[in-house]
Every structure is written in C-alpha cells, then in structure tokens.
Design a protein around this ligand. Structure first.
Ligand code: PRP
Ligand code: MG
Length: 180
C-alpha cells in the first residue's frame, strides 16, 4: 500500500503534534463543560481517536454518518443522513470532528440539523481544511490542523475507493493508481 504513494504531505509525527496542540486548545475552551463529541463517519475515525486522547475533559462520544453521493473524487452536492446519533443533542455543546472540509456541504447540513434539534452550541474541529474547494462559503471550522492544497489526498481517514484510510500519514497517490 505504501508503494502507491507519490509523496507524503503530512507525516505521522506532524499529525500527532497537531493533535496535541488542538487537544490543548480544546481542553482550555471546553473547561467546565461536558461536550458531546460527534465523529463524522468514516473519514474522521483516525483523527477523532487521536485528538480526543489529548483532551483532558469529561466528554460524551457519538457517531453520525452522511452520504454525499460521491462517485469518484467529485461531490455531487446532495447530502443524506445514513446513520443518526444515539444521543439527544438538546442543550448540549456539540463538537463535530471531521478529517477534511472540502465543499463544506457535509458540515453545512450537519450544523443545521443539530441546531434545529436544539443544540446549545455547535463547533467544528477538522484536521484539514481545503478553502479553495469551498462551495458553501458560510461553513468555517473553529479548529483547524492544516490548510491543505486543492489536491486529491489519501490516508489518515481519507480514502480512494474505500482504501488507504489506515495510512498513518496523509499523502498523494501516484497517477498510475487512478488509471489502474
Ligand atoms: C469526506 C470527508 C468529509 C467530507 C468533506 O467524507 O471525510 O466528511 O467528505 O467534504 P465536503 O466538505 O465536500 O462535504 P465522505 O462523504 O467522502 O465520506 P467518508 O468520510 O465516509 O469517506
Ligand atoms: Mg467524511
């Protein structure tokens, strides 16, 4: 699998350092609160797992899954709920964790959904933000690890046709992998 990677953009060590930094900031900002941390399946799993270990506060954890009808590498725009939360979000401080914000459609949909259900606050922590790809200008993350270039990335949660999520770093695939 490693042989399919052309270049590493964010190494394992760099990602871990970023998780420590984000964890410190989140610990400070959520001091005295018990947020409901919501992991957006499936891409956010590795990042969620690392960042919550760096948050020294009480929290609850839940999972949600949406589909945005992505055939290959391009988003079609529609978002649909695939797996709902188990928790009631009314009056909760919700912190979404995602791996990347691209068009912004996933988070636009999810933030509206939880605000409509009466969440007290809704914030977003993403490892990567791709501002050049944004289609919904109003969506911004409150906590960002890296601003990333407009390239197709894999690893650390990000997939190509379901694969590469388990790479411990983020990189770019060799062109021949797409053609194969
Ligand atoms: C990816 C990524 C984000 C979302 C960002 O998830 O993990 O959740 O796309 O794109 P957007 O800003 O254009 O909405 P995807 O829907 O591909 O599902 P996955 O997490 O299961 O890979
Ligand atoms: Mg996702």
């Amino acid at each position: 699998m490693n042989d399919d990677i052309q270049k590493v953009l964010y190494s394992e060590a760099k990602i871990q350092d970023t998780c420590v930094e984000l964890g410190k900031q989140l610990t400070k900002d959520y001091q005295g609160k018990t947020p409901l941390v919501v992991c957006i399946l499936k891409g956010a799993v590795p990042f969620m797992s690392d960042v919550i270990k760096r948050m020294n506060i009480y929290m609850d954890l839940d999972f949600i899954d949406v589909s945005s009808y992505k055939g290959g590498t391009v988003s079609t725009g529609e978002v649909e709920l695939v797996k709902d939360l188990d928790s009631d979000v009314k009056d909760r401080d919700v912190l979404f964790i995602d791996d990347i914000i691209d068009t912004g459609r996933t988070l636009d949909y999810l933030k509206k959904l939880l605000k409509n259900r009466g969440a007290k606050s809704v914030k977003v922590c993403t490892l990567m933000d791709k501002p050049e790809a944004r289609k919904v200008d109003t969506v911004q993350a409150d906590y960002v690890g890296f601003d990333v270039p407009n390239e197709f990335l894999v690893g650390y949660g990000l997939d190509y046709q379901g694969k590469y999520r388990n790479l411990p770093y983020v990189g770019v695939l060799k062109p021949e992998v797409y053609k194969a």
